[in-house]
Each structure stands twice: as C-alpha cells, then as structure tokens.
Design a protein around this ligand. Structure first.
Ligand SMILES: *Cc1c(COP(=O)(O)O)cnc(C)c1O
Length: 396
C-alpha cells in the first residue's frame, strides 16, 4: 500500500503516533507557506482589493468543487462556509420546506449530538406539530414511513464507527416520499462516497477532520443539482443573494448552490483547506479505503491479543465500519490520557469509548504496531491508574 502514503508531506510531531485525524487532521507541510502568502501578500498588501484581485469571493465554490470531487458530487453542487452545525440547519430547514404537509424529522441515537440539537431547535421554532424522532441506528429502516418529512443521518457513527448504507437508506426514504440529508463528517476523505449515485437531496460535512483544513475550518453543503435553483436556504444571508452588491432590501436567492452561502467566507481557513486539498488530487479513494481497512484489521487483531481489558465497540465487519476503531474500557478517559502522554494520540468519548482513527495518508502498519505496544504496556501494567490522568480537560 506504499503508493497511498504521503507521510512525508505532513508535519507530524516527533515520537507521536497520531490516531486522531478523524477529529482534527494534521497539517500538510505546504500550509504554513500558503498561510504566510495569504496573510502577507494578499491581506497585508491587497487589503480590500483581495476580494477581487486574489479571488477570495470565489473561494467557497472553487474549494467546494475540490471537496465535491472526493465525494462524488458534480461540479457546482458543493459550496463551503460556516461550520457543520450551521450547514446541518440549512439542509434540514430546506428539506422540511420541500415536504410542507409532513411533520416528522427522523434521525438516530448514534447521530452526533449537535445535529440532533440543531434539529430540536428547528422543530421548536417551527412549532405546528413538528417533531424530531430518534430511533436506534438499526431501527432506522423500519421507522421510515409516510409521515417522515426528512431522514437526517450521519453515515459513520462518531463513537463506534458503525456505517449506514447510504444508497439503501436513501432509496427507502425516497420510496416513502421523504427527503434525505446525509452528514458526511466522518466520511469525506475517509472512504469513497458516491453522492450523485446515492441520489440524496442534501449532504453536509466538515473539513477539519479527514480533510486537514485546521481547527475551525469551513464546512460544506451539497444540494442535488435538480433542486439547487428552487430550495429555500433558510439562512438567507447577503452572500447567498443573487446580487449582493445591489444591496436590495429584499432577498432574492442566488443561482444554484450559491444560495447556500450565508455571510463573509473565512478566507484564511479556506486557503488552508485549498492547500490541503492539493494532496487529494491523485488519491484513489478505493485504494485509500483498502489501506484503511487493512490498518484497522491489524489494529483490532493486535489489540485484542495484547490488551484483553479492552472490548471492541466498533462493528467487527469492516464493510460496515468507517475509518475508526473504538474500544470500551471502564477507565477509558484515564487510559487515553496515559496513551497520549506516551505519544499515542487518540481521543475519548463519554461514557467509556477510546477512539482511534486510521488515516492511510500518514499512518502505516509500523505505526499501528508501535501504538499497540504502548497500549499493551499501559493496560497490562495499569499505567493509567494515576491521579494525573483522571483530571478531565475541557476537550476530551
Ligand atoms: C464533528 C461533527 C460535528 C461538528 O460540528 P461543528 O459545527 O463543525 O462543530 C457535527 N456533526 C457531526 C456528525 C460531526 O461528526
């Protein structure tokens, strides 16, 4: 799998095995130079002229196209901006508007809380009998009925890595007359996604995880091209207006995906993302997926042999797993802190999940073995049982 690796193109701190690229991707080596250039040559020198001269205003669509290529979205169907929570709101609100006679948003208990909170907020605002219904992930198919306006799911469960079948669920949603919204937070850059082939109406996702745009990097939203000229963006901001610089008092949505823009784009973060996306230009997503599965299988096998205290929380079948492996351990928080102190960086998700992400662009089989050696040491010698590892930080 050597051809997948681009390890020499990332900055990774000495002595660290970074198994948290599913939460915050590391920095490609060319990003500091690009940031220097956008700050010193563009912002400092061009000042407001940068919007035109440096093409800042076109970045949300341009970078959206490069993200779109990775997720099977046609050119002009993806735009960048805001954070994922905001994009969830837009997709959900626009989806509900497409089915005005229906009142139920269906999601599952494996979804990321922010997506559910956003849905809760939206149904509270809508009133009129709108409802958010959540069922267990394995019960979603049975819960799709004629009363459902929108099915909103995250393809890969952030805790366990369990993966929904996008195509099948989308077909079921459509058969029941519902709109489908997919959250690709743990899919974009992690596995092949065929958005056009799935036929879903909306998709959203973030870029600071597998796409390495840096902390707070912009999110993306996809609208199926046949709907892009008619959907209502819900957050009707000036940069989604057809003619922002007419400063009309009334809102007229822009053409196509442009209408999903809201306000001023985060130019510095978009520049970091645009730079990071260059690494993806020649990545074969099927080869990446195969490499990711190989690393995960190796990890599971070696951890189960070396550290029986840990219980696999992810599906054993690689086909229904994303690009992460989670284990349960009662003292998971302390154990993860002990690992991080020894250079194996994963993260912890309450109540007892130790989460490890696999990113073949910069993680290889020797990293996995090294990590497992340290995990075995921490677990078998109870090295986690130390007061310094039990103090909870603000971010876990
Ligand atoms: C990471 C993640 C988020 C985070 O949303 P932000 O607005 O970017 O903080 C939301 N939803 C899912 C499914 C995620 O995995």
């Amino acid at each position: 799998m050597a051809e997948i690796s681009k390890k020499d193109q990332f900055i990774l701190p000495e002595g660290v095995v970074y198994l948290d690229g599913n939460s915050l991707g590391p920095m490609p080596k060319t990003v500091p130079q690009r940031m220097q250039s956008v700050v010193a040559d563009e912002w400092a020198q061009l000042l407001i002229g940068g919007w035109n001269k440096a093409g800042w205003m076109a970045m949300p669509e341009q970078v959206g196209d490069s993200v779109g290529r990775l997720i099977g979205a046609p050119k002009g169907s993806v735009v960048m901006g805001d954070t994922l929570s905001i994009k969830v709101y837009q997709a959900l609100a626009a989806g509900v508007k497409l089915r005005p006679e229906r009142r139920v948003i269906l999601s599952d208990t494996g979804n990321f809380p922010s997506d559910l909170y956003i849905a809760e907020g939206l149904v509270g605002l809508l009133g009129q009998g709108y409802e958010l219904r959540t069922v267990a992930p394995e019960d979603v198919a049975d819960a799709i009925g004629e009363e459902i306006a929108v099915v909103m799911l995250t393809e890969v469960d952030y805790r366990t890595g369990r993966k929904h079948d996008m195509k099948t669920i989308t077909e079921m949603a459509h058969a029941a007359g519902a709109v489908m919204v997919w959250d690709l937070a743990h899919s974009a850059g992690a596995l092949p996604v065929d958005l056009a082939g799935s036929n879903c109406e909306f998709a959203v996702g973030c870029t600071y995880k597998y796409l390495n745009s840096g902390p707070g990097g912009p999110a993306f939203i996809y609208v199926r091209p046949d709907l892009a000229d008619t959907v209502e963006p819900a957050l009707a901001g000036w940069l989604g207006h057809a003619r922002p610089f007419d400063f009309d008092l009334n809102y007229t949505p822009g053409a196509g995906i442009e209408r999903m823009r809201v306000g001023t784009p985060p130019v510095l973060q978009l520049a970091a993302l645009e730079e990071s996306m260059k690494l993806w230009e020649d990545v074969d997503m099927d080869a990446l997926r195969a490499a990711s599965i190989a690393l995960q299988e190796q990890f599971i096998e070696e951890v189960e042999a070396a550290a029986p205290q840990l219980t696999l929380a992810s599906p054993r079948d690689a086909q229904v797993r994303g690009s992460q492996v989670s284990f349960r351990f009662e003292h998971g928080y302390a154990a993860m802190q002990a690992l991080i102190a020894r250079g194996v960086v994963g993260d912890f998700r309450a109540p007892d999940i130790m989460r490890f992400g696999f990113t073949p662009l910069y993680i290889d089989a020797s990293d996995v073995s090294k990590a497992v050696g340290i995990i075995a040491d921490v677990m078998n010698n109870d090295l986690w049982d130390d007061a310094q590892y039990k103090v909870r930080s603000r971010v876990t």
